[in-house]
Write a protein that binds this ligand. Structure first.
Ligand code: GL2
Length: 735
């Protein structure tokens, strides 16, 4: 409808961009995990797969980031003041119980009672597919007191404050998104959020199933629930509770259904089990669930004992309950045991987890339980919407926009790498997109950038393993190199704009220090007239999806430089490559598959391989006072500590982290990184070659459509087929 809307708005004297810029990002997640879910929703609707998404309707989503004197400041983001896309469904509510106690009734059945009831209210966000009538729903739950708006009796009696107290406490549950995907374990409010979400969603799913009047034995033919990470793992226990306590199935019969309903995706490489809940907390908040967890664990351990008699170590390692003080529940294990399939998100990741975190489970449950589905991105948003001109140019060559539904069609672009007119048009679009970003940079930061410089981008969440430090140390190395050169020798240099963006979780101390470090280095370099346009450093504040849509089409080069073996997948590599940006990358996560598809010659690779990283770390441990292995990096450190970028004291933490521990092997990868960056410069000098590689990057992106990912889930895990919504006009005609 965009053309119609554009025209209509023009009549009123507005541009469609003005209107679009009024819309807030939903920001209901905080990194690649949530964004992946959004791409999947788009793909499931487009591929006509009958699916629902379930989540929480946080009043405050991801925080807004402001940079003040180089430091990140967090502000709440009240995005719901303008959200025309949601449909409140006051008719769809679920009572969710917390606290209380469990007693046995006369028949010996467990009854959970005397708890506090919170009401979950549905809000539906329609997810229209592309070029289909199918529209799916994302159903988001918000919480409120089940007693209604507020307590009128208290209000009448003049007790104004307490009249709304219940309401406020209840609303707190869906008030704010924890700005971390895996660290806030142990917080009661987080557990409440997870349970409210799971209980409300399951109740909804079951209500829908029950309408069909089918027996429970048919449930798994009609329903599959994909758990997106460990956060919703409680849904497994909740379904068991519903089947045993409310539907009165026996325990084993219920467990048969439960463990054939769920499938589980893990999104992390971290070997330690991430989410753990203290037993006393679950006991207090969800007493019946705690009993069921013990029972599930008991049956599981009996099985392990029988199959591996005498292996106490194994029993300890695979127990859902960890014998710490206090005891904790390993939610990850509930996820594995309650699911019929468990998958990782890139080939390397899926392989790695079977050898580390899940090793014991592979031994007991068999390798067949574990599989891989490599992530993807939706080309509708990340190409067609973000880069309409490139999309149109591709369509003009391929004859239609069909590639937006079948991304493998992009392969045909390989035929045009020698078509000079096409290449010129391709380069012009990149330059236009760079000019658009350059304007934004000037408007928001005051820094003027040369659009003919190489735009080198790293935008992503600040997490130590993603190694923004490596990038900024590389920038300093470049700066020192330029400064050491006589101005007459500098004419052959490739000018660069190094662009950073991303948020750090408020509790991520080193992430925040790194943001500060980058901003301080930027200030010094940007005001150095001696360097001028040869190097600029920009930090784009408050990186989010809308900004990604502006940035991705404008990159010449983007950085995906995590320590090998630490990034489960990563998806921004796909977003940049699909927009004709080249990538500099380590052999990690989905980089490996992206490189396979684009070809090694068209990417810039460096760094240690995953199997070697442990050896490097061991060598560090054995040699604690070792010299920094890179002279280049030492010069960078000296420049920082000598005060080249202002007071070294607040910058020292980022440097010392590498000198003291270097868990992410920055010093060991630095020279190899610099060499790859030199290759980048050399290649960029030959613009014709560069454009060819840019076209080949796009041509190789077929595999990374999230349509491919959801088809793979459908065929290999969910066992579902596409169902097209009928055209109502045709039905009328038939009548
Ligand atoms: C992540 C992984 O870190 C990232 O590599 C992956 O691409 C996404 C989606 O699978 O999931 N896991 C996680 O907790 N966050 C991610 O981005 N936040």
């Amino acid at each position: 409808m965009k053309d119609v809307v554009t025209e209509g708005l023009q009549d009123f004297g507005f541009t469609v961009e003005d209107l679009i810029s009024q819309e807030h990002d939903a920001a209901l997640g905080n990194g690649g995990l949530g964004r992946l879910a959004s791409c999947f929703l788009d793909s499931m609707a487009t591929c006509q797969l009958p699916a629902w998404g379930y989540g929480l309707r946080y009043r405050y989503g991801m925080f807004k980031q402001q940079i003040v004197d180089g430091n990140q400041i967090e502000h709440p983001d009240y995005w719901l003041d303008f959200n025309p896309w949601e449909f409140p469904r006051p008719d769809v509510t679920v009572d969710v119980q917390f606290y209380g106690r469990v007693r046995k009734n006369r028949e010996g059945k467990s009854v959970w009672q005397d708890g506090e009831i919170i009401e979950a209210v549905a809000h539906d966000v329609p997810i229209p597919g592309y070029d289909t009538r199918n529209t799916n729903s994302l159903r988001l739950w918000s919480s409120r007191a089940s007693s209604g708006e507020f307590d009128f009796q208290k209000f009448d009696a003049g007790d104004y404050e307490n009249a709304v107290a219940d309401q406020l406490t209840a609303e707190t549950i869906s008030a704010v998104l924890y700005p971390n995907d895996d660290l806030d374990r142990g917080r009661e409010l987080r557990l409440k959020q997870q349970y409210l979400w799971c209980a409300a969603s399951l109740s909804d799913i079951i209500r829908r199933f029950k309408k069909s009047d089918r027996p429970w034995s048919d449930f798994t033919d009609y329903v599959v629930i994909q758990l997106n990470g460990t956060h919703p793992a409680l849904a497994i226990v909740e379904l068991q509770r519903i089947l045993v306590d409310l539907e009165e199935l026996n325990f084993n019969e219920a467990w048969q259904i439960v463990s054939r309903t769920f499938a589980y995706t893990t999104h992390t490489t971290l070997p330690e089990v991430r989410e753990k809940w203290p037993v006393p907390m679950i006991k207090k908040l969800l007493p019946r669930h705690m009993q069921l967890i013990y029972e599930i664990n008991h049956n599981w351990l009996e099985r392990v004992k029988k199959e591996f008699p005498g292996d106490l170590g194994l029993l300890n390692r695979v127990s859902i309950i960890e014998e710490t003080d206090p005891k904790t529940v390993r939610t990850l294990f509930i996820g594995i045991l309650g699911s019929f399939k468990v998958n990782g998100v890139s080939e390397l990741h899926s392989e790695q987890i079977t050898q580390t975190t899940f090793k014991d489970f592979v031994k007991i449950l068999g390798r067949g339980r574990f599989t891989n589905v490599t992530n993807g991105i939706t080309p509708r948003r990340w190409l067609h919407q973000a880069n309409p001109k490139l999309s149109a140019l591709i369509a003009s060559k391929l004859g239609s926009y069909d590639f937006l539904k079948d991304l493998y069609l992009l392969q045909r672009l390989k035929l045009y790498t020698n078509d000079s007119e096409f290449k010129k048009a391709w380069a012009d679009i990149k330059l236009e997109n760079k000019a658009r970003l350059a304007n934004y940079i000037t408007d928001t930061t005051g820094v003027q950038v040369n659009i003919n410089a190489l735009f080198d981008v790293q935008v992503k969440w600040f997490d130590e393993h993603k190694r923004q430090q490596l990038n900024i140390f590389g920038v300093i190395h470049r700066y020192l190199k330029i400064k050491a050169m006589d101005p007459s020798e500098r004419s052959g240099l490739v000018p660069r704009v190094s662009i950073f963006g991303g948020k750090a979780a408020p509790g991520n101390w080193i992430g925040k220090k790194t943001i500060h470090f980058i901003n301080k280095v930027a200030t010094t370099i940007n005001k150095d007239p001696d360097v001028g346009d040869l190097l600029k450093v920009v930090f784009i504040e408050d990186y989010n999806v809308s900004k990604a849509e502006l940035i991705c089409p404008a990159s010449d080069l983007s950085e995906h430089i995590s320590t090998a073996g630490t990034e489960a997948s990563g998806t921004s590599n796909m977003k940049f490559a699909l927009n004709g940006g080249l990538i500099i990358a380590t052999i990690d996560g989905s980089n490996i598959e992206v490189i396979e598809e684009i070809g090694e010659d068209n990417t810039f690779l460096f760094g240690h391989l995953a199997p070697d990283v442990e050896d490097v770390r061991r060598a560090h441990a054995e040699n604690p006072g070792r010299e920094c292995p890179s002279k280049n990096l030492l010069s960078v450190f000296n420049a920082v500590l000598d005060g080249m970028f202002g007071d070294p004291e607040p910058l020292a933490a980022v440097v010392n982290r590498v000198i003291d521990q270097d868990h992410y092997i920055i010093s060991d990868d630095f020279d190899s990184y610099i060499a790859a960056q030199d290759m980048v410069d050399e290649t960029y000098r030959d613009q014709d070659k560069w454009i060819e590689k840019s076209i080949l990057s796009v041509a190789g992106m077929g595999k990374f459509s999230s349509d491919r990912s959801v088809w793979q889930y459908s065929e290999e895990i969910w066992n579902i087929e596409s169902v097209a919504v009928k055209d109502p006009k045709r039905r009328e005609y038939k009548k």
